[in-house]
Design a protein around this ligand. Sequence first.
Ligand SMILES: [Zn+2]
Length: 363
Amino acid sequence: MRLINIPFTENIVYKRNINPTDQRYIDFQRNGPKGIIVHDTSAGNPELRRYVAPDFNGLIGRNQFNNHWNQASVGELLVHAWIGKLVDGSVATVQAAPWNFRGLHVGSGTKGSYNNTHVGFEICDDGYKDANYFNAVYKEAVELCATICKEWQLDPIRDGVILGHYEAYQRGMGSNHNDPRIWFTKFGKSMNSFRSDVKKELDKLHTPTPIPIAPVVVNVSLDNIIADINGNIIITFNEPMNTTFGVVQLNNLPVLTGGLWSANNTIFTIPYYNLSHSTEYMVNISAFRNASGIIMSVNNRNNFSTVHWAKPVRDYLINTVGMVINQERYNDFCTRGETMAFLQNYHKALATQLKREGINIPI
Ligand SMILES: [Zn+2]
């Protein structure tokens, strides 16, 4: 809904609310509206400027024939709002009076008048021609009623709360008018569908918009327990993620590339290569988004320290070569250079030495 406030301060019924001439105005202002009457102008003119003045920021346009309703000459008539076309052809609502002012819009019937309890608004009709225009003003009217119902705690489904002018007449509470039945019926709507649409809209207004919750990393681990200099980082998120985004960076090295999603896009496994031994690496994770596009907050709470170079050498010799590596020998590795070439030379030298002792190990 697009609501523009243009108080009809020159209208005599509006003025009567400012300086109440009888108790009915005072009562209405004290009690607030108990319901809403829906009207259509039945005049074949959808322009707001036909009824509304003065203009507001050039949106409404100029009332050419000086026959708008914000003047004394319109007489004993005041509706609280108008729905129709702005100059640019789009649909908007103009509020002409506070919702707790007593208007004069529905007349009276054999049993009284809803003017004493209900606010009223007019939908400016276009001669009941254009379905698109009807759908736009119908939606605008639904939203307007939902807004009023919310503000004044009205139940749109309760009997007698939202009524068309013709229903007010049927109940002996309004003048003999047919609006907005013909227009609504032509485009497959009714006051019943209108009330239930207002209820749906009101339910939406009452449902708080959920605050988007950013996805979070729940676990970071490596696929090798020794924290080797080559391996994979496994990042687990708390919910399915959009697989398009994400940055993983170790310290301030170049951003890691590659990576695969698994477990319904909650786990991201990304390889790393050629790190330094005995070095601490911070895993900086950022820019990932969940399936709804909500971006994560940066996670840099996980780190690991790569293994001393001698550890994989020792494991290699024990597991692959089949040697017994005692602590003395292990200490020896640790004091020497840090290359695989050293391991191969060491392996070769050891094999030669052991061969002399009559022990064969594979080379
Ligand atoms: Zn009417």
